[in-house]
Design a protein around this ligand. Structure first.
Ligand SMILES: Cc1ncc(COP(=O)(O)O)c(C=O)c1O
Length: 383
């Protein structure tokens, strides 16, 4: 048989899947691996979807999305993100945050272009790079996981097309301070670049930190491609709905790409998103408080056990190093699932500079999280 796609073959199968295979058939396993919040999708979202299906909304949706949904997103962007976008020109619905990433790559890059990211970072950024012929330049984060602004500045070449940020971050839990964002924005403007800003965790910020969208900053709207999704705020990863906010020129290209690849997103699900956006956002206050309690529990327990660990400022992940136990992240992850039934993702799937690390998701009920911490403590005592 002839050779299959070299580009796709280069991307490895998910290591997370491998990890869960090790746990298969065991009922005692506690998973700290999953990137899905554990609360139920709010009822209005579910009802909106069901009612749309009952009205036989089972046809193709408009390519960019249902106008009522785009209008609600426009007003959310004004109120929450201080981004002045027009629903007719600047927003497109996507198949989850993942679809938003694909569209960003499809619309701005040509083969050979360079994209700068801070590592460790979210897996898809690398592999989409391979799929679209983009050279992804990884810059090692500082020890507290903040971006190394100086190194980023020095990495810009005449081939650099964009910088990608994801704040609050998966997997490190880092969230940018306004000053850091402004420094990054200066690099973008000075070098005539685009800024891709993945904001899917925008609601998960702690200790009073204020999330700032770069597209709201002076001179940045035309240069920023803002990615977001319904997935994390509404615990609705299965709805597969996300969106991009960008200049009309970019959104027009994204519409073309959408037409010939996926022909839009799930029509009835968009009505669920509509009802979700109409909700009073205060529903999330108590949820965030619970996530904050979990964050502090996990951070304090890991620190107490002797892990080298940074207190997360956002998202629902924490990324300790296993180096104090003389293990790589992969070794630790294999051992802890086998001997104690705790599923933790090894850090090295999140790119370079993460061989020694583990990614723990604390989107797990408090009691289970405590039990998982007890098991990890038992395990490290035996090393
Ligand atoms: C940083 C980041 N961006 C994008 C996505 C993809 O989001 P979705 O599940 O909506 O496709 C994820 C998913 O975990 C993520 O962590």
């Amino acid at each position: 048989m002839k050779e299959l796609s070299q580009k796709v073959t280069q991307a490895p199968k998910s290591k997370i899947r491998e990890l869960f295979d090790l746990a298969s058939g065991r009922s005692d396993v506690i998973s700290l691996g999953i990137g899905q919040p554990d609360f139920l999708t709010p009822q209005p979202a579910i009802q909106g979807n069901i009612e749309a299906l009952n009205k036989n909304i089972t046809t193709y949706a408009p390519t960019r999305g249902v106008p009522e949904l785009l209008q609600l997103l426009e007003s959310k962007l004004t109120k929450v993100n201080e981004i002045q976008a027009s629903w007719e020109d600047n927003i497109i619905l996507t198949n989850g945050g993942s679809g938003a990433i694909t569209l960003a790559y499809a619309s701005i890059f040509n083969p050979g272009d360079e994209l700068i990211i801070s590592s460790p970072n979210f897996v898809s950024y690398y592999y989409c790079g391979i799929f679209f012929g983009v050279k992804v330049i990884e810059i090692e984060r500082n020890n507290d996981f903040s971006p190394n602004i100086e190194k980023i500045k020095n990495a810009v070449t005449d081939k650099t097309k964009a910088i990608l940020i994801n704040s609050p971050n998966n997997p490190t839990g880092y969230a940018l301070e306004r000053k850091e964002l402004e420094e990054l924005v200066d690099i973008v403007i000075e070098n005539d670049l685009y800024l891709i800003s993945d904001e899917v965790y925008e609601n998960y910020v702690y200790d009073g930190l204020k999330q700032v969208s770069p597209a709201s900053l002076n001179g940045m709207f035309e240069r920023t491609i803002t990615l977001n999704a319904m997935s994390k705020l509404f615990s609705a990863t299965g709805f597969r709905l996300g969106y991009v906010v960008a200049s009309k020129e970019i959104i027009d290209l994204m519409s073309v790409y959408t037409t010939y690849t996926v022909a839009g997103t799930n029509h009835a699900a968009q009505y669920g998103f509509i009802e979700a956006l109409k909700m009073d956002t205060r529903f999330f206050i108590d949820i965030l408080r619970q996530f904050d309690e979990r964050r502090l529990l996990v951070y304090n327990r890991l620190k107490g056990m002797g892990f080298d660990v940074v207190k997360p400022k956002g998202s629902f992940y924490i990324m300790p190093s296993a180096k104090n136990f003389n293990m790589t992240g992969t070794e630790f992850s294999r051992e802890i699932i086998k001997s104690k039934g705790v599923a933790i993702v090894p850090g090295d799937i999140f790119g370079s500079y993460s061989n020694d690390k583990l990614r723990i998701s604390y989107a797990t009920e408090f009691g289970k999280l405590k039990e998982a911490m007890d098991r990890i403590e038992d395990f490290v005592k035996t090393i």
